[in-house]
Design a protein around this ligand. Structure first.
Ligand code: FAD
Length: 418
């Protein structure tokens, strides 16, 4: 298969209004958190399902770009919100934040879902070369040219802004799968390449959830009256599928255990910052001797990843690295830049925040034996938040949801720092 130019070019892109500022810095995330925090209680519970459009995003936090890269951590956001609201008032928001941990923990325990997705995506991309009708429907979908006004709008909003409201993501995925009858993997790939918060776990498993593969047999059908209600009449599409027959797959995905690593790097060590956790320094017992920052954003897909997510990750990492006078590097083989950085720092030990399933993890896995041969050890430290949440992500979200009070009481919430 030749890698095509998946550029999703539009005559008119929807761009971000000034009211939404995806500033790729920790300060930008903290500013957004402060702006949102008063609304995280009943306001959020009452209005969060409404997609009011790009100009009005104050009913949801829009914190996912920072949370996905851990420029802000879940603990920080929860600490700040629970300082302003009682656990009861903020219950809905707190639960939503835990969906991220649920999906990460679930995929961590069923890694074959990710490897099958990657394989099936390649098959679906290949089939575009051989099936002209499929290729033309796909081109219409990714170019926002299907004639379904809401879908076309969201396709343009996705590429133009790097963000979609949760409800729009659900409707979009449902229309993609059940009305346009396109392979779900191609839709998941489109999201992963353009969402700033594009995340292997949340994205793959949400698409599977809509398709009836995550909760087996339970699908999500996008309905015109539901779309009209929750977009306040901006859209009332016609011609949508009336049934959503669950997709099936011929494989079972066995559950595997994942290591809970709580290693303490002994001095001296090199800190490896990745886009999966840009504030990993905060979980290290002592400051590092030196820092290296490596990007894997281009590894989200075999096709080109959009400028907006690529730029967010790069600029965010540069802002984190600026104190150390190094710049973010992008590479497929991470062993070389790590060995160079370790040699120039004169250390044999590298520590990094544990990376969940995805392109960062696969690069670390490939680099590790080469580092070992070079006499270097790589330590991956799991955050306490992940260590206590992930084991409850064995089946449905309810398993983790009912443990949230326990999880919160086990965690030492850290204070929000500038
Ligand atoms: C098809 C589909 C694909 C998705 N792909 C991604 C993705 O690639 N990356 C991603 O981060 N989220 C993904 N989501 C989940 C969700 O849509 C976004 O996390 C959320 O819309 C982010 O906007 P927000 O920060 O304003 O959310 P808020 O409503 O303000 O929620 C606060 C935080 O809770 C977490 N959260 C809320 N809902 C979910 C959820 N359903 N799943 C996981 N975490 C959640 C996020 O960290 C979010 O920032 C997807 C959902 C669907 C239906």
């Amino acid at each position: 298969m030749q890698i095509r130019r998946m550029t999703e070019l539009f005559p008119e892109l929807i761009t971000l209004p000034e009211t939404v500022d995806f500033s790729p810095t920790r300060a930008g995330g903290l500013k957004r958190l402060e702006k949102f925090v008063t609304r995280a209680g009943q306001d959020y519970a009452r209005t969060r399902s409404y997609d009011f459009g790009t100009e009005r995003r104050n009913n949801v936090s829009v914190l996912s770009p920072w949370l996905r890269h851990r420029l802000l951590t879940e603990e920080e956001v929860l600490t700040r919100v629970l300082a302003s609201h009682s656990p009861d008032t903020a219950e809905k928001f707190v639960q939503e934040v835990f969906w991220r941990a649920y999906f990460k923990g679930w995929l961590e325990q069923r890694p074959s879902v990710w490897s099958h997705y990657q394989r099936d995506l390649m098959d679906a991309l290949n089939s575009l070369d051989n099936d002209t009708s499929l290729a033309s429907r796909h081109t219409d979908a990714v170019s926002g040219n299907t004639g379904i006004d809401c879908f076309d709008h969201w396709a343009k909003e996705l590429v133009g802004t790097g963000y979609l409201h949760n409800h729009a993501r659900i409707w979009f995925a449902s229309i993609w799968i059940f009305t346009l009858r396109l392979p779900w993997q191609l839709g998941a790939d489109l999201f992963l390449r353009h969402l700033i918060d594009g995340d292997p776990a949340s994205n793959t498993l949400s698409w599977r959830w809509v398709a009836g593969l995550h909760t087996k047999g339970k699908t999500y059908l996008a309905r015109p009256d539901n779309i009209a209600k929750y977009t306040e009449g901006r859209f009332r599409p016609t011609g949508l599928a009336k049934f959503a027959e669950p997709l099936t797959e011929p494989v079972e995905h066995p559950r595997v255990s994942f290591p809970i690593l709580q290693m303490q790097p002994k001095e001296p060590f090199l800190l490896l910052v990745s886009e999966d956790d840009m504030t990993g320094a905060s979980i290290m017992p002592v400051p590092p001797v030196a820092v290296v920052g490596l990007l894997a954003t281009h590894g989200r897909s075999p096709n080109p990843v959009g400028f907006i997510p690529v730029n967010f990750a790069k600029e965010a990492m540069n802002s984190v690295l600026s104190d150390h006078e190094v710049r973010a590097q992008s590479a497929d083989d991470w062993s070389l830049p790590i060995i160079e950085a370790a040699q120039s720092a004169g250390v044999r030990r590298i520590a990094t925040a544990y990376a969940p399933i995805g392109p960062v993890r696969s690069r670390l896995d490939r680099a590790e034996p080469i580092l070992r041969e070079a006499g270097l050890t790589l330590e991956r430290l799991i955050r306490p938040y992940d260590a206590v949440s992930w084991p409850h992500a064995k089946a449905g979200f309810f398993g983790l949801k009912k443990k949230i009070p326990n999880v919160l009481s086990q965690l030492n919430f850290i204070a929000v720092t500038k």
